[in-house]
Unconditional design. Structure first.
Length: 403
């Protein structure tokens, strides 16, 4: 049975050309990129070639990028560095929303709990949106850092980062943006976006896991998160993973070219999926991305009344369909999504949510297959609880009958 993978916001498959680049490096360019001999310099050239490809795809200069182990490290590095720099200048206030990724919330919470900073936590509206006016209204003379993701990994909302960046110009406030979900899904130019720093990840764009990058606008200083080596212009210690970096470069080159061009088709499939769910299943609610709110073309978060998301996820998995009930970085937690709770959703609706995230590999046949089994799966899950009113063809059954 062919499995249907609709969890691309968690991770993506490795593209063939990415694998080919990596295998060539593993076989032929395996020296340490810091070594001065010819083999080392060939490895150095591979690293810089990949850096140039990523810079070109994101509209920045190669020297503004430093490689990390992933976006979690990049987020931690940028946030902790900006806080340290702010405190040194006598500023200790941070503005951040409740919808951020855990790897951005985590370091802020840690510093707040240590008494190092004060925080303004922004609450989204019922559709999951954070407005620029909210961010700017929270700024104080002590603000040193604003953390604002480009797009939400759970509900797909795109946030007004450029508007905030424009308003913060000349205010000596660091604006960090988690851009992981934007790369390859929307046309992204980090220089034009206007942020101070941004994080990106390899495995979200059909590249390898274990590699990411931090963009740091030219002229800004960084207090390194990892020290003890001169790599990455002394901004991130550790021997460069040449094969991962090269694969990352090939992946971003594809994602910001042919991959970006495929997003219109992906959005059409996402819309077909949502229309089909609304027609085939009663008691459904889209979380985020409604109305005029801009959203990622591949993401659909839906709550199914009178169900548990984890139960639906397992049932879909048994049917050969991979989806998510929230962020992969919080998998295993019995608590509802922090994003959905922040939106003001009741706990039972938050726990009834499933995230479908498509990729360029998703076919119309995949969507049709999901829509052919999903109504029955939802019905079965609802029937498992005798207190739940059961529906068929969008009509409730007579009381006491489960059909």
């Amino acid at each position: 049975m062919k499995r249907i993978y609709l969890d691309a916001n968690a991770t993506t498959s490795l593209r063939p050309e990415v694998r080919a680049v990596m295998m060539d490096i593993y076989d032929n360019v395996w020296a340490n990129a810091s070594s001065v001999h010819e083999d080392g310099q060939r490895a150095r050239a591979a690293v810089e070639t990949a850096r140039a490809k990523i810079a070109a795809g994101l509209g920045v200069r190669p020297e503004e990028l430093l490689f990390t182990s992933g976006a979690t490290e990049a987020n931690n590095t940028a946030i902790l560095s900006a806080i340290e720099a702010g405190r040194a200048a006598g500023k200790n206030h941070v503005v951040i929303s409740r919808t951020e990724h855990p790897s951005a919330i985590g370091p802020v919470e840690k510093m707040h709990e240590a008494g190092a900073i004060e925080c303004s936590w922004l609450e989204p509206d019922a559709n999951g949106q954070i407005e620029a006016s909210q961010v700017l209204g929270a700024i104080t003379p002590e603000t040193c850092l604003v953390v604002m993701m480009g797009a939400n990994n759970e509900i797909g909302n795109i946030y007004p980062v450029a508007e905030v960046a424009q308003a913060l110009q000349g205010q000596d406030i660091h604006l960090h943006c988690d851009c992981v979900q934007l790369v390859g899904k929307v046309d992204l130019n980090l220089d034009e976006l206007g942020v101070s720093s941004a994080s990106i990840s390899g495995h979200k764009v059909h590249g390898p896991k274990g590699i990411g990058a931090l963009y740091l606008r030219a002229g800004l200083r960084l207090n390194p998160f990892l020290v003890g080596g001169h790599q990455e212009r002394e901004r991130r210690a550790g021997t460069e993973a040449v094969a991962l970096i090269s694969g990352f470069g090939a992946a971003v080159e594809w994602a910001t070219g042919p991959g970006l061009a495929s997003q219109k088709r992906t959005e059409e499939l996402r819309n077909i999926l949502w229309d089909g769910i609304k027609q085939g299943v009663s008691g459904v609610h889209r979380n985020g991305g409604e109305g005029s709110v801009p959203s990622l073309p591949n993401t659909l978060n839906v709550s199914f009344d009178n169900t548990e998301g984890e139960t639906l996820l397992i049932s879909l998995d048994l049917a050969g369909i991979s989806v998510s009930s929230g962020s992969a970085c919080t998998a295993g937690s019995l608590e509802p999504s922090h994003v959905l709770v922040a939106m003001g959703l009741a706990p039972e609706r938050a726990r009834a949510a499933i995230r479908f995230s498509l990729s360029h590999e998703t076919e119309r046949a995949d969507i049709d297959a999901v829509l052919s089994v999903l109504p029955g799966i939802v019905q079965t899950v609802r029937m498992a609880d005798p207190t739940v009113p059961i529906h068929t063809n969008n009509q409730p059954l007579a009381e006491g009958h489960h059909g």
